[in-house]
Ligand binder design. Structure first.
Ligand SMILES: Cc1cc2nc3c(=O)[nH]c(=O)nc-3n(C[C@H](O)[C@H](O)[C@H](O)COP(=O)(O)OP(=O)(O)OC[C@H]3O[C@@H](n4cnc5c(N)ncnc54)[C@H](O)[C@@H]3O)c2cc1C
Length: 346
C-alpha cells in the first residue's frame, strides 16, 4: 500500500527494491530559514544541497520520504538527447533556445558527476553512450532531421551503422556520447546526508498546504506549523502553488517498466526508439510514444510511456515483455513497475 506522499504507483521500482528511502521526523514547530524547499525529489534535493553549499540555511520538506515521488520511479537516464527532439524544440524556441536546452542538460549531467565525485557517492553513476534508433517503420528522414538539429545545438552526435546489441538491426541509429545513468535513490540518500551535515534540515511526512508570498514567505503545513523564509522553492513536480495554469494543461499518463535479466555480454548503453512516429508500431500496438532500454548492475529496465485513461495494464505489460524478448534473448521477467505520471515523462 502507498504511504502518505508516495503517490506514484502500486508496484515497486528497482530502486525502491535496492535502497531504502531517507526519512526523518515531521516538522513539529514553527521555524525560520533562508530558503524553504518544498518537495524532495531530484529537483528539490539538488536545490537544497547546492544552497547549503552557498552557506544558506535551508529547510527541505516533503509529505513522503525523500525520493518518494517520480524520482524513485524513473529509469534514471541522465541525458542531453531529448525525447521532444531538437528539431521540434528549434521550431518552438529557435536555434538559440535549442542550444540552451542542449547546454543545460549537458551541464546538469556534469553537475551530478561532479557532486558524485566530490561527495564520493556510491550510486552506480556511469557515463555511457545513448543510441536513438528507428523501430520498424520508423522514418529515416526524422532521424536525419534530429541529427542536423542536435549538431546545430552543439552536441557531438553522429550517425552510426548499428546499435551495440547482438543481431538487432535497424535502418538508422544516432549515437549521443557522454550520457549517464545512476541509482537515483542512493544518490538522493547521500545528498540528504550532506544537506544535514552542512546544517540544513529535512522534514519528511510534512505536507505543505499553503505558500504565502510577501517580504518573508510563509509556508504552512497541514499540521498547522509555519516555516518563515526569505524565499521558497516549490519543487513538487506538479505545482502546488498554482492550481490552474499547469493543471489545466496536464493529461494523465502511465509509464510501464519491466526488468529483464540479461545473461549475455552487452555494452552498457542507453537506447531509445522513435516509435511515436513509426507507422508499423502504431498499427500493432496502438498509440506508442516510445520505448527505452537501460542496463543496471542488478537488473535492467525497459519502459514505455502511454497516454491512457485506465485499465488493461496487465495486457500492456505482456505486450512490452514480448517486445523485449527478441532484442534481449535469454531474458526472464524479474519485476514490473507501473507508474502514474502527470507528464508522460520518460
Ligand atoms: C517511469 C518514469 C521514467 C522516467 N525516466 C526519466 C529518466 O530516465 N530521466 C529523466 O531525466 N527523467 C525521467 N522521468 C521524469 C522524472 O519524473 C523527472 O525527471 C524527475 O524525477 C522529476 O523530479 P522532481 O524532483 O521534479 O519531482 P518528484 O521526484 O516527483 O518530487 C516531487 C516531490 O514533491 C513532493 N510533494 C508533492 N506535493 C507536496 C506537498 N504538498 N507537500 C510536500 N511535498 C510535496 C512529493 O512527495 C515528491 O517527493 C521519468 C518519469 C517516469 C515516471
Amino acid at each position: 500500500m502507498e504511504e502518505a506522499g508516495e503517490r506514484a504507483g502500486e508496484t515497486i521500482s528497482l530502486w525502491e527494491r535496492t535502497a531504502t528511502k531517507f526519512r526523518s521526523a515531521p516538522l513539529s514547530e514553527n521555524l525560520t530559514a533562508d530558503v524553504c524547499v518544498v518537495g524532495a525529489g531530484i529537483a528539490g534535493v539538488t536545490t537544497a544541497y547546492l544552497l547549503t553549499r552557498e552557506d544558506r540555511h535551508v529547510i527541505l520538506v516533503d509529505d513522503g520520504p525523500v525520493g518518494g515521488g517520480m524520482t524513485g520511479r524513473t529509469t534514471a537516464h541522465l541525458v542531453s538527447a531529448l525525447d521532444d527532439r531538437y528539431y521540434e524544440i528549434e521550431k518552438i524556441l529557435g536555434e538559440e533556445g535549442a542550444r540552451l536546452c542542449a547546454y543545460s542538460h549537458t551541464a546538469a549531467i556534469d553537475c551530478i558527476e561532479a557532486i558524485v565525485t566530490e561527495e564520493k557517492i556510491e550510486c552506480d553513476f556511469e557515463r555511457l553512450a545513448g543510441y536513438l534508433f528507428l523501430p520498424s517503420g520508423g522514418s529515416v528522414t526524422e532521424l536525419r532531421r534530429e541529427l542536423d538539429a542536435a549538431v546545430r545545438a552543439g552536441l557531438g552526435v553522429e550517425r552510426v551503422d548499428r546499435v551495440p546489441i547482438g543481431k538487432f538491426d535497424t535502418k538508422g541509429v544516432l549515437r549521443f556520447p557522454r550520457q549517464a545513468q545512476f541509482h537515483p535513490l542512493k544518490y538522493l540518500n547521500a545528498l540528504s546526508g550532506a544537506i544535514i551535515e552542512s546544517g540544513g534540515h529535512i522534514f519528511t511526512g510534512t505536507r505543505v498546504v499553503k505558500i504565502k508570498d510577501g517580504n518573508r514567505t510563509s509556508i504552512e503545513t497541514s499540521d498547522g506549523h509555519t516555516i518563515t523564509a526569505r524565499a521558497a522553492v516549490v519543487a513538487t513536480n506538479c505545482p502546488i502553488n498554482d492550481l490552474l495554469a499547469i493543471h489545466s494543461k496536464q493529461a494523465p499518463y502511465v509509464t510501464y517498466v519491466i526488468g529483464l535479466r540479461v545473461t549475455c555480454e552487452l555494452e552498457h548503453a542507453l537506447f531509445w526508439d522513435t516509435a511515436q512516429t513509426a507507422e508499423n508500431e502504431k498499427q500493432v500496438l496502438g498509440p506508442v510514444p516510445y520505448h527505452y532500454v537501460r542496463f543496471a548492475r542488478v537488473n535492467c529496465g525497459r519502459g514505455r510511456s502511454q497516454k491512457r485513461s485506465g485499465g488493461r495494464f496487465r495486457a500492456t505489460f505482456l505486450k512490452i515483455g514480448a517486445l523485449g524478448a527478441p532484442a534481449l534473448s535469454d531474458a526472464g521477467r524479474d519485476y514490473r513497475s507501473l507508474v502514474r505520471t502527470g507528464d508522460g515523462a520518460g
